[in-house]
Design a protein around this ligand. Structure first.
Ligand SMILES: NC(=O)c1ccc[n+]([C@@H]2O[C@H](COP(=O)([O-])OP(=O)(O)OC[C@H]3O[C@@H](n4cnc5c(N)ncnc54)[C@H](O)[C@@H]3O)[C@@H](O)[C@H]2O)c1
Length: 307
């Protein structure tokens, strides 16, 4: 039988996503200790106090504490949901707008956590680039990016609504970039195990516009990403077996692919792709490799500029 709880999880970044992830962890009680770090110790302490109220109100077994990043190295898993202060003026390829601003922050965290042996889930956008940057700078081995599993969840919801079937009946993945080069694996998608014709134009439209609709309505996406983090934590910590589409290193590229976790150990399980889907995945890999090279050659300040 798999255990249902882990000893300690750390969350870095006390903003919209960090707050929702930590509240979800307290509500579900999957960890005994929950360590919170953010740009300032006061911010982390404030969130830990709010979470302690939640713990008391719900009799949760999870004890929240604030700390510095250096105090998190004993955790089984870390979630990086920090974001530098910058204004994203992009209308297209929006997540890429954070690359230059968030790279120094991710490099700094990677230096502080060099050689950390646990699981790291990166949420910070553009997530495929930031996951690679964190992994290569820190030397950590179990680094995964959250994004394609959220895209896949949204995909299953969209298909369910368009085909008037329950979302639980749908098997299907979105892989590649968590962004404009996401690849919808329509050819391998099934409903109740049967192949179906996916209304791709409408599905793509829904995937493209959904995050923006959420953000313009409530400021930021947070509950969806928190769910994707929780689901990935369960698999990566060996609390449950199953498949998650996560950013990982695959064939000299870092992008989202399905990973089948058994006892916390991931095994890539790419579905069969058509020629067109293969071409799209290769285009995503090329885009991400080029963007990463550009990031590496962009001069970066030694000091972090955040506010
Ligand atoms: N991968 C996904 O699926 C997904 C989904 C939603 C959001 N995101 C990304 O997650 C990130 C966080 O989003 P958010 O809405 O919570 O942002 P936010 O601005 O609300 O919060 C960011 C937090 O990071 C903190 N921070 C800044 N510098 C820090 C540092 N050096 N160390 C520790 N903490 C620091 C800030 O003080 C703030 O509390 C963004 O990059 C966002 O684009 C990713």
């Amino acid at each position: 039988m798999t255990p249902r709880q882990t000893e300690s999880i750390g969350v870095i970044g006390a903003g919209a996503v960090g707050q929702t992830v930590t509240a979800t962890l307290v509500a579900t009680g999957i960890t005994r200790r929950l360590l919170v770090a953010s740009r300032t110790r006061d911010q982390a302490a404030a969130l830990a106090a709010d979470l302690a109220d939640m713990r008391q109100a719900t009799s949760s077994p999870t004890r929240p504490e604030s700390c510095d990043v250096a105090g998190m190295t004993g955790c089984q898993a870390l979630v990086i949901a920090a974001r530098a202060a910058f204004t994203n003026a992009r209308c297209a390829d929006i997540r890429m707008g954070g690359a230059t601003a968030n790279a120094p922050l991710i490099r700094d965290l990677a230096h502080q956590l060099r050689g950390y042996p646990g699981t790291v889930l990166v949420v910070t956008n553009p997530v495929d680039l930031m996951t690679r940057l964190f992994a290569e700078t820190s030397g950590c081995e179990r680094v995964f990016g959250i994004g394609s599993n959220l895209d896949s969840a949204r995909y299953r919801l969209a298909v369910a609504r368009l085909l008037h079937v329950p979302a639980t009946a749908i098997q299907g993945h979105v892989i590649g970039e968590h962004g404009d080069h996401a690849v919808v694996c329509a050819s391998s998608t099934t409903v109740n195990g049967q192949p179906v014709t996916i209304p791709l134009t409408r599905v793509r439209q829904e995937l493209r516009t959904r995050p923006g609709r959420i953000s313009s309505g409530v400021g930021r996406t947070r509950a969806g990403p928190a769910g994707a983090v929780l689901s990935a934590l369960h698999k990566a910590l060996g609390l449950a077996d199953g498949t998650e589409e996560l950013t990982t290193h695959q064939h000299s590229a870092w992008l989202g692919i399905p990973l089948r976790f058994t006892g916390g150990q991931p095994l890539p399980c790419l579905p069969r792709l058509t020629l067109e889907e293969t071409r799209q995945l290769a285009a995503a890999a090329t885009k991400l490799r080029t963007a990463y090279q550009t990031l590496q050659t962009t001069p970066h300040p030694n000091r972090l500029e955040t506010s």
